[in-house]
Ligand binder design. Structure first.
Ligand code: SPV
Ligand code: MG
Length: 312
């Protein structure tokens, strides 16, 4: 978390219990005084790496989970595959996880089922975007059809009625992405606040944060605002503090890092027909064992498989 008046990273919630994940995420996402960061995870390993880096919350990215499965971010991965990935992210990261629930995989009924299943698997929150099923990633194509405001508000209300405060509910507005402008985005924000959203995610595909900052000026923090600076990554973080944005999501950086790194290593081993040169550039086996806590397994084996030896 970052205090809006300072520029220091502060605060920390270590190893919170499962039942408090939603409360912890709520404290981050719904704070109007501090800026929080959520780091993308798409599997157990990326969740562990983010947690060890010091992040206090995770974003289970639809695009990154789909990419890691070899799918396009177009609802090709099923909601069942999403909840399975989320379970590994929650277990491995031991951090509150805000899940990218796309549009909820259908109408109000699919959305509330998804939310219930995500809660059962330990998620702390879900983001629903006002797209039609099947969605397509916000950076692919132009002028995506938006969901009808009332119909989408029904999806939000159904989720709220199903999971109440057990999941943080973030309503994501795609109006700017679809080229509809500020007025449409603000009307949708009001409707989604009325429908019970805990926070608003306003998304943009511009290379500057200008339209996001116009939104926050007009919206005046009626609900906390979450942003995803994938394309406007050059914006200084102090701008988000000044705009009193509650949460920044680094939405796809681990997946993109993995892609670049795996491709480079595969290309080199294929070209060299030998792995000698790549060895210094990749994680050691000990690094892998350490990251996934093999030590704990050895201690548990001593305790449960060979208790006699412990007594000697
Ligand atoms: C995701 O991470 O899947 C997102 C964010 O929805 S973005 O891809 O930037 O739209
Ligand atoms: Mg997504």
């Amino acid at each position: 978390m970052q205090d809006h008046s300072q520029s220091l990273l502060a605060d920390g919630i270590d190893q919170c219990a499962d039942s408090s994940f939603a409360d912890t995420l709520r404290a981050q996402v719904c704070s109007k005084n501090t800026l929080s960061f959520l780091m993308e995870a798409h599997d157990g390993l990326s969740a562990t790496i983010a947690q060890r880096a010091g992040f206090k919350g995770l974003w289970a990215s639809g695009r990154s989970i789909a990419s890691s499965l070899g799918y396009r971010d177009a609802n090709e991965a099923s909601w069942g595959q999403l909840v399975d990935a989320v379970e590994r992210i929650v277990d491995s990261g031991q951090l509150p996880v805000l899940v990218d629930g796309d549009g909820g995989f259908g109408n109000f009924n699919n959305a509330r089922l998804l939310a219930r299943k995500l809660h059962q698997r330990g998620a702390a929150g879900v983001t629903l975007e006002d797209n039609c099923f099947p969605k397509i990633n916000s950076f692919v194509g132009d002028r995506h059809p938006l969901a009808d405001i009332d119909e989408f508000s029904g999806r939000l209300r159904a989720v709220k009625d199903t999971v109440a405060d057990d999941l943080v509910l973030v309503a994501r507005i795609e109006a700017l992405i679809a080229g509809h402008g500020l007025y449409e985005a603000i009307s949708r924000a009001h409707a989604y606040a009325e429908a019970g959203a805990d926070a608003i995610l306003i998304h943009s595909r511009m290379s500057s944060a200008d339209e996001i900052l116009s939104f926050t000026r007009t919206w005046q923090n009626k609900l906390p605002v979450v942003v995803v600076p994938t394309t406007y990554y050059r914006t200084p973080t102090s701008e988000y503090c000044r705009a009193r944005i509650s949460t920044v999501i680094w939405a796809n950086h681990s997946m993109r890092a993995a892609l670049a790194s795996m491709r480079q290593v595969c290309d080199r081993i294929f070209a060299d027909q030998n792995a000698t040169d790549v060895e210094p550039d990749i994680a050691t086996l000990d690094d892998v064992f350490n990251m996934i806590n093999y030590k704990e397994l050895a201690s548990a084996e001593a305790l449960y498989l060979h208790p006699d030896k412990l007594r000697q």
